[in-house]
Write a protein that binds this ligand. Structure first.
Ligand code: ATP
Ligand code: FE
Length: 356
């Protein structure tokens, strides 16, 4: 099977071709990502209208390049997969309209893919992770523990009750005068800093279950920054690095502890040897990857994390999720619509009992 994937749900326009022949590992034949960081610089975040316009302008080119790099034409493709939600509606629409046009013109089947399923199934593209596995999806807009049981079958165990960690990284960068996207910028600063200098909060660790909160962390950081600025008439280089290190460690600590709890909960429901997979943009963070690896080693659990380029938004993950869902019989037609909201899980946490 050879699938063309399109992604345009946030601020990356992307197209990719993924192929899997029966019995073989999947191959990414091409993966083109055109970012929009420059367009949104100065606005302090992604501006939906600017993003939508840029996606509409770039998506055709991305598709053309992805096919060219894979040395294929549309006739060689078995189906077209496109992110049809969740995300910024204007951007999602650009991708969906383009995919519909390609499908109508070529007669190739169309598959609307949930962007989060793209992230959550990536460990099966890069590491052939077998179902079921425990997924920590940690990105710019989401943070949740899921039991991945099938290509379209996810159960949520818990997650953030407010901000996503990626959002917290981006806001931290903004507060400290660092460029967007905040994750890589804060991570680079954190390397030079002392993580023990500022005692930032670890919210909800005193509560049972694997729900998390990251908005208080941001407020504490803002207060600490303002105090430092008032004391020294500005933010000194070392203060900034120490704040980044303290922030990153607070996020990693919370995610590590909640992962321990999610593993316990998971093992109560699944007696088999567990695998933890992490995915989403924040999974590119080296400190987070290292602490999760330690948690897994301590709990006799295998650990898998995609290569960095497949953690942040890309279309290879959409093509792959499309491939898996196509194989499972999933098809859409030209009535496919864009869904700004589209939760991945189907089971409400209530069905799992109160958790631990
Ligand atoms: P979602 O997938 O929830 O819809 P999104 O698609 O906007 O949101 P992703 O592209 O999956 O998010 O991830 C982007 C986020 O990941 C940004 O918030 C970015 O700051 C963060 N990020 C990227 N690299 C790193 C890193 N090395 N460390 C921490 N955070 C990172
Ligand atoms: Fe994403």
């Amino acid at each position: 099977l050879t699938i063309l994937g399109l992604e345009s749900s946030c601020d990356d326009t992307a197209a990719a071709v993924v192929r899997q022949t029966a019995g073989d590992a999947a191959a990414i034949l091409s993966s083109v990502v055109v970012g929009q960081v420059d367009l949104h610089a100065g606005f302090g975040g992604v501006v939906p209208e600017i993003a939508a316009r840029a996606h509409a302008e770039k998506i055709d080119l991305c598709v053309e390049q992805a096919l060219q790099k894979a040395a294929l034409t549309l006739t060689d493709i078995d189906a077209i997969a496109v992110t049809s939600g969740p995300g910024l509606i204007g951007g999602v629409l650009s991708g969906v309209m383009c995919a519909k046009g390609l499908s109508a013109g070529s007669g190739k089947p169309l598959i609307g893919v949930n962007h989060l399923a793209g992230h959550a199934l990536t460990p099966r593209l890069t590491d052939e992770a077998a179902f079921p596995y425990l997924m920590l999806l940690v990105s710019g807009g989401h943070c949740q523990f899921l039991i991945a049981k099938g290509v379209d079958d996810f159960t949520r165990l818990g997650g953030t009750i407010d901000d996503a960690p990626g959002e917290a990284f981006d806001k931290t960068a903004k507060l400290l005068g660092l460029p967007q996207p905040g994750g890589p910028a804060v991570e680079a600063e954190a390397h030079k800093g002392d993580a023990k200098r500022f005692p930032l909060p670890r919210p909800l660790l005193d509560r049972p279950g694997c729900d998390m909160s990251f908005s208080g962390l941001k407020t504490a950081l803002l207060r600490t920054r303002d105090k430092l600025v008032a004391e020294h008439g500005g933010l000194r280089q070392q203060d900034r690095a120490d704040l980044c290190a303290s922030f990153q460690t607070a996020v990693s600590d919370v995610l590590a502890e909640k992962t321990r709890r999610a593993l316990t909960l998971y093992q109560e429901l699944n007696p088999a040897q567990p695998t933890l997979a992490v995915a989403g943009g924040v999974a590119a963070n080296q400190q987070l990857r290292a602490v999760l690896e330690t948690v897994c080693a301590d709990n006799n659990t295998s650990f898998t994390a995609p290569p960095l380029a497949l953690c942040t938004d890309n279309a290879a993950m959409i093509a792959w999720a499309g491939l898996e869902q196509f194989r499972a019989g999933h098809r859409d037609d030209l009535t496919l619509s864009a869904r700004p909201r589209w939760p991945l899980d189907r089971t409400s946490p209530a069905m799992l009992g109160s958790g631990k």
